[in-house]
Ligand binder design. Sequence first.
Ligand code: AMP
Ligand code: GLY
Length: 414
Amino acid sequence: MRVLVIGSGGREHALARALARDGDVTELHAAPGNPGIARIAQVHDVAAADPASIAALAARIDAGLVVIGPEAPLVAGAADAVRAAGIACFGPGRDAAMIEGSKTFAKQVMVAAGIPTAAARSCTGDAEVSEALDAFGPPYVVKADGLAAGKGVIVTTDRGEASRHAASCGTVVIEEFLDGPEVSVFALADGSAAVPLLPAQDYKRAHDGDAGPNTGGMGSYAPLPWAPPGLAAEVLATVVQPALDELRRRGTPYSGLLYAGLSLTAAGLRVVEFNARFGDPETQVILDRLVTPLGGLLDAAATGGLAGAGLPAWAPGAAVTVVIAAEGYPGTPASGDEIDGLQDAERESGAYVLHAGTCRTVAGALTSSGGRVLDVVGTGPDLASARAAAYRAAGQIRMRGGWYRTDIAADPGR
Ligand code: AMP
Ligand code: GLY
């Protein structure tokens, strides 16, 4: 099977790494890729969010399966374009990807399907916003309706800040505050059937102790020793399957990865958000533990073959990812800073480095080119050893202005 991965971040490096280990993947391509991905796949130029350009590349290299990593091409209709070219594609079409592309649409699907989630109102204009803030009370949760790379949401007790964020966003969703540990449960879906993956936890705030602004994610770990047994099965039954059934009923069947971001509240699990693609950096730890060949799973999801696929197998032990971010992230990140020490980091037993926002200069130096620059993945027989391996390796990496949280997986179940 010849596979093309679309994207250039740490998630795509993790996908490429897992696909490269699948004996049935005979050729691995990526576009636009990054210097880490280029070591294991043939990389190509592509206009990353342009459906026609992605479909044309897939046809040119005669891909058997296209795996679309990020949300932007999905929401733009890249999966539709690839399928229209007669090529199997892992990822929802434009209409189904609206589950991530619009918070209002996601809420409508949840309400129609009876999926437990925070009570919410979709608001435009000061009067509606003000009424909703009063109705829900603090802490205020205000979400921009469209895609915002994980940065469109604020949770605050400051009413002025909540109003100002709402005013800067156009249409917003204002919702009830959910109090409980957060968990990410991903499921592979083929339009009607789904298979859950290993639950993981990520760290969305920028700084230690969950302080600072929301980011795309600063670290992750799996498995979750504290999570209730049967969590993935419960999410499949109460969240994923009802969402798939509702989307199929609406004539927009969902295939690809359905990401359920959950809060485990005292009253039971509640959906915080849906995403239409693998989460980043949860994917890095989940795929690290996956034993079942990834290409076969993604191909089954893309071609309607999950019903008989069985549950994926997971390696014992644990994985922890620490994200190394650029100076200024999640605001305007610095770029062009030289990166050193990767080989030293990978000499650490049980650790490796994925590229998230890197590029090569003409002279061949590796430099930063994004907010999240590297993902250091530590593995071990348990969470504590995986965490120690990740941090020993992270400590070897040198980059001006580079920084990371020091408390990833330090407080499992927080
Ligand atoms: P979202 O983009 O919807 O996942 O929101 C980003 C982050 O904001 C989530 O991971 C939560 O940490 C926080 N958040 C979102 N919605 C809520 C909510 N209703 N109650 C509490 N925290 C929330
Ligand atoms: N780690 C959060 C996300 O991928 O949206």
